[in-house]
Every structure is written in C-alpha cells, then in structure tokens.
Design a protein around this ligand. Sequence first.
Ligand code: HEC
Length: 170
Amino acid sequence: MKTLKFLTTVILASIFIYACGSKEQSSNESETDKQTSEKKEVPESIKMGKGVGEFTEVEVSDPLNEEWVARGEAIYDMKCSACHKLTDQKVVGPGFQGVTNRRKPEWIMNMITNVDVMLAEDPTAQKLLEECMTRMPNQNIKPDDARKILEFFRKNDMEKVGKKDEAIKS
Ligand code: HEC
C-alpha cells in the first residue's frame, strides 16, 4: 500500500514537471520565432510573385497535356470543388476562373502544396484570407499532382476566358 502511494506521488510529480517543462519550452520557441521573423527579409520568390515553397521554376508548354488535365480535374472534383467553383463565383474560396492569368504557375503550385506557409508569409495569400475569412486547409497534394491541377486550370482558363498563363508575362 505504501509503495502504491509512493508510486502515485512519483507519477503525479513527473506529470507536473513534464507539463511545466513543455510549457516553458514552447514559450521559448515562440520568443525565438518572434526574433527571427523580425529580422527576416522578404524572400526573393515572394517579390517575384512566386510565393514560398518548393516550386521556384515551373515550365508550361503547349499544347496542353490532356492526360494531366484529366487527372487534375479528377483531383479538383474530389478535393477542391466543395470550396472552389470553376467560374469567377466565390464560394468558400475564390472561383478558379482566370487564376493562371492573375497568378504565376509557381505561386499556384506553392499555394496548393504549402498553404500554411503561404498564409503565414505571402501577402497575396494573406489578402485572400482576409477576403474569404476561412483558412484553406492543407489538402496533402503531391508535387506531381499539383502540376496536373495547374494544367487543368490552364484548360479551364482557355475555355472560360480565352487566354491563359498571362501572369507569367508580368
Ligand atoms: C475548405 C475549403 C477549401 C478547400 C477544400 C480548398 N480550398 Fe483552396 N482556398 C480556400 C480559401 C478560403 C482560399 C483563400 C485563401 C484563404 O483564405 O486561405 C483558397 C485559395 C486557393 C487558391 C488561390 C486562388 C486565387 O484566386 O489566387 C488556389 C490556387 C487554391 N485555393 C487551390 C485549391 C486546390 C487546388 C484545392 C484542392 C486540391 C483547394 N484549393 C481546396 C479554401 C479551400
């Protein structure tokens, strides 16, 4: 009985110490985060309108790769259509019409694969967040699939607007 009491005390004490320890650690972390973000310069990729993430150079070409378009459309139907229409109508997120004319391919693909960092660092993404008032959730899209979604957006823009990829020129 005594041992049991002792054991319970030890367990309780260690939970208490652990809880305090982790709290302290996390407040230290946020302190260093604050310091680094104050010093951080705006990354070149953001200045170039490419956002932040693994995509720094994306090649687009003609004619469209119809296989990619089909795969992109299937992913859109499954994972994006609840929040995004293919017209200019906003639902939860902006309509995709004209998206390749207003955003560079790298920006689009970084937004799809790296949304949390984009919302934390990219001013264009942050402006959308202000307008939509909902955070786009991470959809766990693989890099290859992001390229296929982009191809589908290019096709959609040809159909809806008659031009695509205009943002690359700016
Ligand atoms: C739960 C709703 C939701 C889902 C699902 C969703 N998004 Fe979004 N998306 C948003 C919101 C909201 C924004 C605006 C930014 C913000 O507020 O986070 C956005 C913004 C975007 C943008 C920028 C649009 C522009 O006009 O610049 C792209 C591109 C995008 N999403 C792609 C996708 C793709 C691709 C999928 C599916 C794989 C997807 N989203 C799934 C809510 C969603």
